[in-house]
Design a binder for this molecule. Structure first.
Ligand SMILES: [Zn+2]
Ligand SMILES: [Zn+2]
Length: 174
């Protein structure tokens, strides 16, 4: 759904949309959209602010991703909202220097006649997901010795935490 500035000049845009899996591109993020994404919100041009727009909304969706520790599929239900401000990209081109203060960092930029709601949602979903994608806080992960999922089975492997060989290998890879 395109949120057009031209339309916002006339009125506040209200949206109530449902995006099926595949309509928002999560490829390259190791994520699967497991439910439709439902979003309700609005987009408006702010008065006297030279093209600054405000996009607010609430959405629900469920994503799945392989657990970072045990690789089992983990579910991430999201039920959250956003309140975003965007300025036209042209603004920066005209200014020699942009002073970025704390408040400024919350402001994004748009190019052309508006923004795609799908792009905004994609970014918001990625921001809302936890940094560590684990099936559970207490997930024990995969045994590095025998490769078994330690949530399912208590293997007898001894894990030498002081083994430095892997650390050395990792350094070589970097
Ligand atoms: Zn896990
Ligand atoms: Zn083991």
């Amino acid at each position: 759904m395109f949120l057009s500035i031209k339309e916002m000049e006339l009125r506040k845009i209200r949206f109530d949309e449902t995006f099926q899996p595949g309509q928002i591109d999560f490829t390259g993020e190791d994520l699967t959209q497991a439910s439709p994404l439902r979003v309700i919100g609005s987009a408006e041009l702010l008065a006297n602010l030279e093209g600054e727009i405000r996009i607010q909304g609430k959405y629900t969706v469920e994503l799945t991703a392989a657990c970072d520790r045990c690789l089992v599929l983990a579910r991430f239900p999201l039920d959250t909202g956003f309140d975003l401000f965007y300025r036209p990209m042209a603004d920066i081109a005209h200014e020699e220097e942009i002073e970025i203060d704390e408040a400024e960092t919350e402001i994004g930029f748009y190019e052309g006649g508006g923004m795609e709601l799908e792009d905004i949602l994609r970014e918001q979903v990625l921001l809302a997901l936890p940094m560590q994608r684990v099936c559970s806080e207490v997930c024990k992960g995969i045994c590095p010795v025998c490769g078994k999922n330690r949530n399912d089975i208590e293997c007898e492997c001894k894990i030498e935490t002081t083994d430095d060989r892997w650390g050395a290998l990792r350094k070589l890879e970097l």
